[in-house]
Design a protein around this ligand. Structure first.
Ligand code: ZN
Length: 461
């Protein structure tokens, strides 16, 4: 009996052990089949869609003086058309790479008026066609020149930009309904709300009975309404604002106060224009820790202005990410890309260069026009390091420029040569000479009563 009991006991132990193993294996199989299925479901329905990012680039004032469209007329071979491609060919690639590229179109495009320069600008439509062609998506029309050709010119400008169906314009409105709608552009599944504001219209105003609408910067009630409603309907809000004091490289108290308010109302990015020189890039922090990117002024994108600080402009690249679950918006990867408008008086060569393409030899060629023998890469870098916080811009990027000067035989060569030496230049540290003469010259520029946006000493009519 003992033997039999032992056998039964042993059999029971074996049976229990087998059952245990089966349960463990079966259980594992169940887990194997259930858990990954759940994970797959989660992966395909949630995480990849939670965060959406859009890469932006924003440019400053596209200020078309008469020399720029006359050059474009010559480049079109005197056919009556205009070819602006030369002006923008150095920046076309960087603009086209962004998901959304924005620009301030400073001059109206009004077809029933002849082209004109300072002080009341009107530009051939080919300049608009060109900036669309190189990849700009958002065209800001709110600025101090929007009434240069009166209400009629403003209406025709809106009509021209309406006809460019691949882009969205902001800041110039047909009527009350138009100014009150939520403006937006979509990219990467993100809805980007737009608002365009100007502080000035150069003493010109719409007739009282005009249906057209402009958002002036002192109309805070309307600005708050626009930003709040855009914030509700869109993922993020981008404001273009034409403000500040010409030729001042620091924002004034009014700009700072309005920026803070717009941040509180919900603006995620504020791109400033108008001073014709650069002003700082900053983040405004809200009480909840979220931040608004403010670029107080991007300076001139292109112009024929004739002072060193006014040919130094730039574009700003930034990424805006929205967490669709929490609703949180983050602006990151902010990078300032300096540009130089190059123009030698008497030569039809008005063109934007990335600073990474520019050289001392080129700078020397426009010194006479700029009235400064100090205009050089050192001058440019010193100016930039004074205005743009180094967290947004590598101020050492151009220091080895002297090495390039012997290689500037032709424009074609410059482009390739400079590309090759960019890496070397990046690794060098700029010993930015805060030279007294630089400061003095800049101070003189900002206090001088130079006629607004003039290339000559012409007086505003
Ligand atoms: Zn302006």
């Amino acid at each position: 009996m003992k033997n039999k009991e032992a056998k039964i006991f042993f059999s029971l132990i074996i049976t229990v052990a087998i059952l245990f193993v089966i349960v463990v294996i079966f259980g594992d199989k169940v887990n194997e089949s259930a858990v990954p299925a759940a994970a797959e479901t989660t992966q395909t329905t949630q995480p990849p869609k939670q965060e959406v990012s859009v890469n932006f680039i924003s440019a400053g004032d596209n200020l078309i003086h008469d020399g720029i469209y006359k050059q474009a007329a010559k480049r079109a071979g005197g056919t009556g058309a205009y070819d602006f491609s030369y002006c923008y060919e150095n920046v076309a690639e960087i603009v086209s790479k962004a998901d959304v590229a924005t620009i301030n179109q400073e001059t109206v495009i009004a077809k029933s008026f002849d082209p004109s320069g300072y002080p009341t600008f009107n530009s051939p439509h080919e300049v608009g066609d060109e900036i669309v062609k190189i990849g700009f998506d958002v065209i800001n029309l709110a600025n101090n020149h929007m009434l240069d050709k009166g209400a009629k010119g403003m209406r025709e400008n809106i009509e021209y930009w309406d006809s460019q169906t691949s882009v969205t314009h902001t800041g110039s409105y047909k009527n009350e309904e138009d100014v009150n709608r939520v403006e937006y552009i979509e990219s990467n599944g993100m809805k980007i709300g737009l608002v365009g504001i100007t502080q000035y219209t150069n003493g010109l105003y719409l007739p009282k009975d005009s249906e057209l609408r402009i958002i002036y910067s002192d109309n805070e009630e309307l600005i708050q309404k626009k930003i709040t409603e855009a914030k509700k309907e869109c993922d993020i809000v981008l404001v273009n604002v034409h403000w500040g004091i010409e030729y001042q490289t620091s924002p004034n108290d009014d700009q700072r106060a309005l920026a803070k308010k717009m941040s509180d109302w919900g603006a995620d990015v504020i791109i400033g224009h108008h001073p014709h020189v650069l002003e700082p890039i900053e983040f405004i922090e809200r009480d909840d820790g979220s931040r608004t990117l403010v670029v107080y002024s991007l300076g001139n994108f292109i112009s024929q202005q004739n002072k060193p600080s006014r040919v130094i402009g730039g574009m700003v690249q930034y990424t805006v990410t929205k967490d669709k679950t929490s609703g949180r918006v983050t602006v990151s990867n902010v990078k300032f890309v300096p540009t130089i408008t190059h123009y030698v008086q008497g030569v039809d060569d008005v063109k934007i260069y990335l600073l990474s393409q520019y050289t001392d030899a080129l700078a020397a060629k426009q010194r006479n026009r700029l009235g400064s023998q100090k205009f050089s890469l050192d001058y440019i870098n010193s100016f930039l390091s004074d205005v743009i916080d180094s967290q947004f811009y590598d101020t050492g990027i151009q220091k080895a420029s002297e090495e390039n000067t012997t290689k500037e035989v032709s424009t074609a060569k410059e482009t390739t040569t400079v590309k090759e030496t960019t890496t070397a230049k990046k690794s060098q540290t700029s010993t930015t000479k805060k030279a007294a003469e630089t400061t003095t010259e800049k101070a003189a520029e900002s206090t001088s009563k130079a006629p607004e946006e003039s290339t000559t000493a012409k007086k505003a009519a």
